[in-house]
Design a protein around this ligand. Structure first.
Ligand SMILES: C[S@@+](CC[C@H](N)C(=O)[O-])C[C@H]1O[C@@H](n2cnc3c(N)ncnc32)[C@H](O)[C@@H]1O
Length: 237
């Protein structure tokens, strides 16, 4: 995928995408239950995902946080979200063999879903800009224990070539600081790789020393080939 931010490297995939996954994709990749969706949730990085819009419109309580909201300003992220969905889809078409066509039947369906999600995001930023907070991992602008559940998709582990081991350790520790109960991260497979982030075992061992225990959970979602596991970090209360 070409998801990333220009100022932090690109994993060799060109300028970084601010991607727009939907509530449906989040439910599948994070195995979210209805109970989970009723919790105070942080989505970091939120990118241009429709998740925050869709859950808040159902009466939920989700906040999105992303460095792009600083770099580009939320209005500009909203204005370019659909074009970013087009750009992401072009990449997927060019590399269709690197994807499993089960969640999406084909590249056309992927394109429709991501565009729709980008439109949801853009509309919601206009009515509820307070739900989109600029922030840069590994330092977030939230008090300790501000959220019950923190979700983090397609940044950590995905960009292993650009984000070093210390960044991963600090970022997860920071996500844990702002959560009371649990963090879920997806996927565990770097872009262009066929297996888990190489330093995952070492990282998880180090995190246990600061009270963050974790388990790897297989989920019923695989789009990037081989990426069908999430990391669940449970926090000592
Ligand atoms: C591929 S997108 C994922 C967005 C969303 N989670 C999704 O799945 O659609 C990656 C996002 O990470 C953001 N990002 C990159 N570095 C970051 C950092 N240090 N702190 C917060 N966000 C960052 C980018 O701006 C981009 O929106």
């Amino acid at each position: 995928m070409i998801d990333n931010d220009t100022s932090r490297g690109t994993g060799g995939f060109g300028e970084i995408l601010v991607s727009s996954r939907s509530l449906g994709e989040y439910q599948a990749m994070f195995a979210l239950t209805e109970d989970d969706l009723g919790r105070r949730i942080l989505d970091c990085p939120g990118g241009a995902a429709g998740f925050t819009a869709e859950v808040n419109q159902r009466g939920g309580d989700v906040t999105a946080c992303d460095i792009a909201y600083f770099d580009r300003g939320i209005e500009r992220v909203a204005a370019t979200a659909v074009a970013e969905a087009d750009r992401g889809n072009r990449y997927v078409r060019e590399h269709a063999d690197a994807y499993r066509w089960t969640f999406f039947a084909d590249p056309d369906e992927h394109h429709r879903a991501r565009r729709e999600s980008a439109e949801h995001f853009a509309a919601h930023t206009r009515t509820s800009p307070d739900r989109y907070i600029p922030g840069q991992l590994p330092t977030l602008p939230f008090a300790d224990n501000s959220f019950d559940l923190v979700l983090s998709s397609h940044l950590l582990f995905s960009y292993a070539d650009d984000l070093d081991y210390d960044f991963h350790r600090q970022a997860i520790t920071e996500l844990a600081r702002v959560a009371t109960t649990e963090i879920r991260l997806f996927p565990l497979v770097p872009i262009g790789s066929q297996g888990r982030y190489e330093q995952l075992e070492k990282l998880l061992a180090e995190l246990t020393l600061v009270g963050i225990s974790s388990r790897i959970v297989k989920v019923d979602y695989e789009f990037q080939a081989h990426a069908d596991e999430m990391l669940v970090c449970e926090l000592a209360t």
